[in-house]
Design a protein around this ligand. Structure first.
Ligand code: MD5
Ligand code: FE
Length: 197
């Protein structure tokens, strides 16, 4: 794991927020639901890129279209593709950029990201807005965990041993950032999904 604390300056963060607002105007935030029981997530989501992550009663999956509008996801902005190249150096571009929006009371339980076919590629995470407590464990749910405060502008690159580690967001600290007009947090995760090139 590489933790690039404060990687994006204020201007870069603000420019990203402008791009994200344009993306969610085209592909509105939706409320994913848990497989089987259909309990709603507290985090709202959207995506950009050829594929997007969705969850509903039939399960977790990547798909090419928005679950509500049925439109293709908008493309990943060039600034994010450049950020992926510069920070990961990975030879193939990301196929999915998941946009998570956390209200002050939203959280994300411990889970592993394993809906992708390609676990060799890194995952790049960008935090914007209020601080969040991120918990990172090991390959087994029972493994011990470490907590980190993710702040606006921080970048996380998950590779190798951490790529299949349990992780989650325990809480948001509302009012810790002035970046967004409203309290809350945005997290972007860029991922490779398929194994082909
Ligand atoms: C977030 N997002 O801040 C969190 C953590 C998700 C998700 O977990 O799946 O959207 S972003 C950091 C992250 C992403 C993917 C994998 C790992 C961490 N990891 O293996 O530790 O919204
Ligand atoms: Fe995750």
């Amino acid at each position: 794991m590489q933790y690039l604390s404060g990687y994006l300056d204020e201007a870069a963060q603000q420019a990203l927020v402008v791009e994200i607002r344009a993306l969610v105007a085209k592909a509105p935030l939706f409320t994913p639901t848990m497989p089987r029981w259909g309990r709603p997530f507290s985090v709202r989501m959207s995506n950009c890129g050829p594929l997007g992550w969705v969850s509903d009663k039939s399960g977790y999956r990547y798909q090419a279209t928005h679950p509500v509008t049925a439109e293709p996801w908008p493309p990943i902005p060039q600034s994010l593709l450049d950020l992926w190249d510069v920070t990961t150096g990975y030879p193939l571009p990301p196929e999915a950029c998941l946009i998570n929006y956390y209200h002050p009371d939203a959280k994300m339980g411990l889970h592993v990201d394993n809906d992708e076919e390609d676990f060799d590629a890194p995952i790049l995470s960008v935090s914007l807005g209020d601080d969040a407590r991120f918990r990172l464990g090991g390959r087994e749910r029972k493994d011990s965990t470490e907590s980190y405060i993710l702040r606006s502008g921080d970048i996380f690159i998950l590779d190798e041993e951490d790529r299949l580690a349990y992780h989650g967001i325990d809480r948001i600290y509302p009012g810790t950032s002035m970046l967004l007009k409203e309290a809350g947090r945005i997290n972007l995760t860029m991922r490779r999904v398929t194994r082909d090139c």
